[in-house]
Write a protein that binds this ligand. Sequence first.
Ligand SMILES: [Zn+2]
Length: 66
Amino acid sequence: MTRESVTGTPAPSGAMCCRCKQWTYAPVEVGYHERPSGPGVTLYACPSHAVAMTPGPMPGERTRRP
Ligand SMILES: [Zn+2]
């Protein structure tokens, strides 16, 4: 038995920015994309893009004015 079989694969230290497609080591969760045939995908952005992006749909922001 190897050590990897006990601890599992290490979590990746970072994520790909959904805006610039660059790998960032300080990802910020900016949204969640649901898929009908599988688990959803969490969207991440790099810090510089996260501040410019609005967070995912919030309960109070879904109402549209006519
Ligand atoms: Zn980015």
